[in-house]
Design a protein around this ligand. Structure first.
Ligand SMILES: [Zn+2]
Length: 280
């Protein structure tokens, strides 16, 4: 599932490839892709015949700022398996895209989504922070708004597991299960701990780990986990998997101490991956 580093990789590649082009038409092939709109036409009206002014990202979602008769924003909710590709419009698609934006210059921006949890959401205006998708989001973890004080305050009020709190988009935006496990490893903290029970030095380590691990994820252009579903805009996998210490490494030796990496099952099918010796 794409998280902040994957979405940031996509944002950066889209910015280089499509800023200044215009969206000539939108083809919507899967009804779930436009499920947040009352009709396909509503979505198309807010996107077609507009110029792409900028490409942004909030949490795990890249978005386009569009200009035309009235400013609008197109948000890509990537869900579990959403992928974006920029290709020449004559290129054969390897699978059926859920949606295609035909761009000027004979380019296509194709949206693939095999599990259909993703969506395209178009809104009027450019005020992303006020959009219903993002209005409750916590700060961006790599921004100055994400301070140690913010994290202390958020953790101290929550009795939930540390992994759950890290994945709560209201606390901090952009973290999912891959990076939550890796952040807990980096901080030396068990992901099943209660968030409110952390000491001051633990919280400080956690704050630093959040920023370091996500920055490394971006540097590696994201992570393509075992299911291999994530690919960047040009179809390339991310390299962060080679640096993972615990996520999907159950039963393997910890790269630091040699102990066996464990997975604790939790209801809902998710698991916590952790090293019993490095994490307390
Ligand atoms: Zn270890």
């Amino acid at each position: 599932m794409p998280e902040l580093p994957e979405a940031e990789t996509i944002r950066c590649q889209l910015a280089a490839a499509i800023i200044g082009t215009s969206v000539e038409s939108v083809r919507l092939h899967h009804p779930r892709t436009w499920r947040f709109h009352s009709s396909r036409q509503e979505l198309r009206r807010l996107v077609e015949r507009r110029t792409i002014l900028a490409v942004g990202r909030r949490g795990k979602a890249p978005y386009l700022l569009l200009d035309g008769s009235e400013p609008s924003t197109l948000v890509f909710r990537l869900g579990m398996t959403g992928l974006l590709r920029v290709v020449d419009d004559c290129e054969q698609a390897e699978a059926r895209p859920a949606a295609v934006l035909a761009l000027s210059g004979r380019k296509d921006l194709r949206f693939f989504d095999t599990r259909t949890f993703g969506a395209l959401i178009a809104r009027r205006g450019h005020d992303v922070e006020c959009m219903p998708e993002f209005v409750h989001y916590g700060p961006e973890p790599l921004s100055d708004a994400f301070t140690p004080e913010h994290l202390r305050e958020a953790l101290s009020r929550r009795r939930a597991k540390l992994q759950d709190v890290l994945m709560n988009q209201r606390v901090v935006a952009g973290i999912g299960k891959i990076y939550a496990d890796e952040i807990c490893f980096r901080a030396g903290l068990r992901p099943g701990r209660r968030a409110c029970g952390l000491t001051g030095p633990m919280r400080k380590r956690l704050w630093r780990a959040i920023r370091e691990v996500l920055a490394e994820g971006i540097e590696c252009r994201g992570s393509s986990a075992r299911d291999g579903s994530y690919r960047d805009v040009y179809g390339m996998p991310g390299r962060f998997r080679d640096r993972m210490h615990v996520y999907q490494r159950t039963g393997q030796a910890c790269r630091i101490c040699g102990a066996t990496v464990r997975r604790t099952r939790i209801p809902g099918g998710r698991g916590l991956h952790w090293c019993p010796s490095c994490q307390k």
